[in-house]
Structures are given as C-alpha cells and as structure tokens.
Ligand binder design. Structure first.
Ligand code: GRF
Length: 198
C-alpha cells in the first residue's frame, strides 16, 4: 500500500508515523508528504529524512487548478491511502470521492463532541475545559465531505485533570496520538485490499 501523508503544522504525528515505518511496524510505503506550508515542521522533517514532499497551496491556484494538481500528484505516485496528520485544509471533494474509505484523520477529542469547523488546535482543548468534561481523548476516523464526521475507527479517552490548561491537555493527548495513530495504520494496512483501488 502506498501512503500519502497530508500535514500543515509541527508534524509530530507525521514523525511518529514515519518512525513506526522505519521500525517496521508500518509495512506500507510512506511515499509522499503533501503540505500547504513549505516551511512547516512536517515539511522540514520530510526534507531531512528524504521523504518526497509536494507543496500544494492555494497561492497562485484557483480551487479547480489546486484540485487537478493534487489529484495528478496522487495518481502519479500511485497513492492508495491518505493519512491526514494535522492538515488544516478541507480536501477537494473529488479526492474525498476517489479515495472513499481510504482517507483517515486524527482528531484530539472524543468525536462527535468538540469537532467540526473551527475545532482545531487549542480551540478544541479550551472548549473541552470550558464544558467541564471529565474526559477528553483522541479519535481516529474515516474522512468524508464534512469536518470530523466520518465513521469512527478508534477512540481513546484521557482523563481531564482539574488543573489542566489547554496546553497541558493538548500535550497529554498528543503523546497518546503518537502511540495510537501508527498502530491503527498498521492494523488498517493488514486488511487493505489493493485490488479494489487503481
Ligand atoms: C493533532 O492534535 C491532531 O489531532 C490534529 O492536528 C494536530 C496535529 O499535530 N488533527 P502535529 O502537527 O502532528 O504535531
């Protein structure tokens, strides 16, 4: 299975996935990183470890051109499976359709709570703390046309401590993301049927 990671930020999930691949936990090919930010941590990490990286951003492209460019990069690299790891943009609809059931995302809360438009970064953790919830966690889910809406694959709950700040909660959850995202990818690749793609 050929995997393309999409990331926009620090890239700590990308790093943990890549390390799991180098250790042999993930057997698929981490073929490519696509980013909309050529100087983000994920892009710099890709450069350092020689993971091919495509910078595709809306600067200089209209939506249709961006979609065409993205699709052609995915096809050219024979990508079977897409892993969103802190990618802040909505994927074009044609890509969501073509890769239906083959795109996953990780969200730093227990969906369906604290998801949807605007629920990213510290906003999520602030909302959790404001709500008084005793538990937050992480969710790994398939991606469909709406934000944080696709079928849930895995969730892990994490206790909210009374002194937690949004930053502390973010850090606690992120640590668990790094453990579970690679494991879930390794599970999914076992059941992957290549014949049903391309
Ligand atoms: C993570 O919290 C993830 O759940 C969310 O975006 C963040 C990405 O962090 N989708 P990083 O760039 O992998 O460090």
């Amino acid at each position: 299975m050929n995997i393309c990671i999409f990331a926009s930020g620090t890239g700590s999930n990308f790093k943990s996935i890549y390390r799991a691949y180098r250790r042999g936990l993930i057997k698929s090919n981490i073929k490519l990183l696509i980013t909309n930010n050529s100087t983000c941590g994920a892009a710099l990490f890709a450069k350092k470890y020689k993971v091919p990286c495509e910078h595709i951003s809306s600067a200089g492209y209209n939506a249709k051109e961006l979609e065409t460019k993205m699709m052609s990069v995915l096809i050219k690299n024979k990508i079977d499976f897409i892993v969103l790891a802190g990618y802040v943009k909505m994927l074009p609809e044609s890509i969501v359709n073509k890769f239906d059931g083959r795109i996953i995302n990780i969200h730093p809360a227990l969906l369906p709570s604290f998801g949807g438009a605007g629920m990213y970064g510290l906003n999520v953790h602030k909302a959790v703390l404001d709500s008084g919830a005793k538990y937050s966690g992480l969710t790994i889910h398939y991606v469909d046309k709406e934000y944080d809406n696709g079928k849930i694959i895995f969730q892990k709950s994490i206790k909210v401590d009374k002194d937690d700040t949004p930053e502390m909660l973010q850090e606690k959850i992120l640590k668990q993301e790094h453990i579970f995202y690679p494991r879930i990818i390794a599970e999914l690749e076992k059941n992957y049927d290549k014949k049903s793609t391309h």
